[in-house]
Design a protein around this ligand. Structure first.
Ligand code: HEM
Length: 505
């Protein structure tokens, strides 16, 4: 009879050999850091500022880098040429998403748009969002965006210390109005949304949960997998919230004899044509809301950071605004001034480039095997287009680290709001490109232009009169790159500016 010690040793060696083979880099695979048996090398990937880590790999391995873990591969693209070819031109193959077990299977019941694999459900949900966000209808929301941005300025004027929450309220409430046709009932809805968002953006990080790295853990029963119970609980909480909002719209529609103008009402009206069940409708409305709120707010927060670091840029934009509207502060800029403010338009684009709010976009996933530049890219590879790396490429954007709106200046005659979404990659790639991009760009535009019109924006000073500038490299954890907490001083540019804001609000 064989000795048990010997058997154990054979099993261990076999596991080691299989594990090593699974990790071995094939000759035609892109280069990347050394893999360890079973652990692979994605354990090296930090959850914070992941984009910087991926960016740093290019020095050693080149622009196309592959990380491996238990036979699963993650391909990082740090270069615009590769992103253009794979994520845009070959987007039929590069537009799926990896099925995240924690965030999608258990937390979202497989229905969250941003995590859906490529297929009929994704097409239906994106088509539904497109009815609300396509360029033909986005123009109709300008009044709503102008009103909300005026409210933002009035809130900052009244209590500048609450600017962070005011910006979140601006982005969340504009979308809430558009999607559910009413403002928040109170702060409770805003708090709930921010809570869902904060925990969801952490959960959707591909390295946040062990089960997404070692899917075999999903075979464990609930009693040994407390994470599963936790994920389901979070899902129940948010679907209750989103279903309540959707049902409330239906009740208001019924009370108004079917007459209600908002995205959720459109979903109810076209329920058969869209082919979505009620849970998917609740998620598609909720997803649009989630996907838009934090990203839009992060862009405005980066704008404030940029203005404190670049006072000359702020002054030049204010001069341009004053030339068009007069410097007295009697009239606030509106969308119809757009084509008269080329420097402001360039400034907004530069904010989107300089510090992208979603530096890694969403991880794309390949459906079938592919070959590119002599490398083999297997089906089921996660592909990350590193927006941060592209936006920091000095060949594409000379002196890329500096904040310089001049790089986007165009002649006045060529101006249109669509320009805001061109010349950078802040909204992602190919068939997964952000469906809310034009609306979002116009939201951040009106907020920034009006803030520059109404306020001088400065860093605070310490006891010795030294400026306390925000740290450009400090970000909050998560997939959305939001600047870490900073202080900022808003000073109304004149009593008349302040009065105009209060009057128009
Ligand atoms: C300035 C604000 C925004 C930025 C920077 C931004 C950026 C992005 C990025 C980078 C992606 C991932 C694209 C990819 O994976 O290639 C994305 C996806 C998405 N965004 Fe936005 N976004 C913003 C605002 C909005 C708004 C207002 C909406 C409202 C409809 C929205 C809805 C979505 C949805 C639903 C997705 C998922 C698309 C999919 O997976 O197919 N976003 N966004």
């Amino acid at each position: 009879m064989l000795d048990t010690g010997f058997l154990l040793a054979v099993v261990c060696i076999a596991i080691g050999v299989i594990g090593t083979l699974a990790q071995r880099r094939k000759a035609d695979e892109p280069p990347g850091p050394l893999s360890f048996p079973f652990l692979g090398n994605s354990w090296r990937v930090p959850a914070k500022k992941t984009w910087m880590y991926f960016y740093s790999l290019r020095e050693k391995y080149g622009h196309i880098v592959m990380l491996k873990e238990l036979g699963k591969a993650t391909l990082v693209l740090n270069n615009v040429e590769d992103v253009q070819e794979l994520l845009f031109k070959r987007s039929g193959n590069y537009s799926s998403r990896k099925s995240l077990i924690y965030a999608q299977k258990y937390r979202s019941g497989g229905r969250r748009l941003a995590l859906l694999p490529y297929g009929p459900q994704l097409k239906k949900q994106r088509a539904a969002v497109y009815t609300m966000m396509n360029p033909k209808v986005v123009g109709a929301y300008e009044r709503l965006q102008e009103q909300a941005s005026m409210k933002l300025m009035a809130s900052i004027m009244n209590d500048p210390s609450k600017v962070y929450i005011d910006i979140k309220r601006f982005t969340a409430e504009t979308l809430f109005m558009l999607i559910y046709g009413k403002s928040f009932d109170g702060d409770e809805d805003l708090r709930t949304v921010l809570h869902i968002l904060q925990s969801f953006t952490q959960d959707m990080h591909p390295y946040a949960h062990l089960v997404d790295r070692f899917p075999a853990l999903d075979w464990l029963p609930d009693v040994l997998a407390p994470w599963r119970v936790e994920a389901r609980k979070k899902g129940e909480y948010e679907i209750k919230f989103y279903t309540r909002l959707l049902s409330d719209v239906k009740a208001r529609m019924d009370a108004a004899g079917g007459q209600l103008e908002c995205f959720a009402a459109g979903l109810w009206e076209n329920v058969e044509q869209l082919g979505l069940d009620e849970l998917s409708m609740a998620y598609v409305a909720g997803s649009a809301f989630e996907a838009g709120t934090d990203n839009t707010a992060a862009v405005i927060l980066w704008f404030l950071v940029a203005m404190m670091h670049n006072p000359a840029v702020l002054r030049r934009a204010q001069e341009e605004i004053d030339q068009v509207l007069g410097g007295e502060g009697e009239t606030a800029p509106c969308y119809h001034h757009f084509d008269q403010l080329p420097y402001c338009m360039a400034l907004v684009k530069e904010v989107l480039r300089w510090h992208p709010a979603a530096p890694l976009a969403g991880p794309h996933h390949t459906l079938k095997d592919d070959d590119y530049k002599g490398f083999h890219i297997a089906a089921g590879t996660t592909v990350i287009g590193n927006i941060w790396a592209i936006h920091r490429d000095d060949h594409l954007y000379p002196n890329a680290a500096s904040f310089d709106p001049e790089r986007y200046l165009v002649e006045k005659k060529d101006m249109s709001p669509e320009l805001l979404i061109e010349g950078h990659y802040a909204f992602g790639f190919g068939r997964r490109i952000c469906p809310g991009q034009l609306f979002a760009a116009k939201s951040v535009y009106i907020a920034m232009v009006r803030l520059m019109w109404a306020f001088n924006i400065n860093p605070p000073k310490d006891g010795n009169g030294k400026l306390i500038l925000p740290d450009i490299n400090a970000v909050r954890p998560g997939l959305t790159a939001e600047p870490a907490h900073f202080n900022v001083v808003f000073t109304p540019r004149s009593a008349r500016h302040a009065q105009t804001v209060q009057q128009e609000c």
